[in-house]
Ligand binder design. Structure first.
Ligand SMILES: C[C@H](O)[C@H](O)[C@H]1CNC2=NC(N)=NC(=O)C2=N1
Length: 97
């Protein structure tokens, strides 16, 4: 998996309004109704991470979930990060309904 250029990352991020690029990773912050909804999304995301063998750096504080995606082996952002970001977006949208 090759490291994407900053230009390529910014172009791809147009389709991901919740996400931004800085410090060599893509980042999103989600706010849920409460802890239960947040943790429910986190557990669904965790299964997706296992399926994709790609894992986020994330923090949770009550109803706030902060996620950073980065590919260690190239020390940058790859399509793997975008694939996981896409899966996360779908899960969060469903959880928000
Ligand atoms: C050995 C295993 O494939 C690697 O450690 C995987 C696992 N999960 C990972 N997750 C993330 N975010 N980046 C990686 O480079 C990565 N590498």
């Amino acid at each position: 998996m090759s490291k994407l250029s900053e230009e390529d990352i910014e172009k791809r991020l147009i389709r991901f309004p919740e996400w931004e690029y800085h410090n060599n990773a893509i980042h999103a912050e989600y706010e849920f109704e409460n802890f239960k909804d947040c943790f429910s999304a986190m557990s669904r995301i965790a299964f997706e991470c296992e399926a994709l063998n790609h894992h986020p750096d994330w923090t949770n504080s009550y109803n706030i979930l902060k996620i950073s995606l980065h590919t260690h082996e190239v020390d940058g952002v790859t399509l793997k990060d975008f694939k996981l970001a896409e899966a996360i977006e779908l899960i969060v949208e469903e959880e928000d309904e």
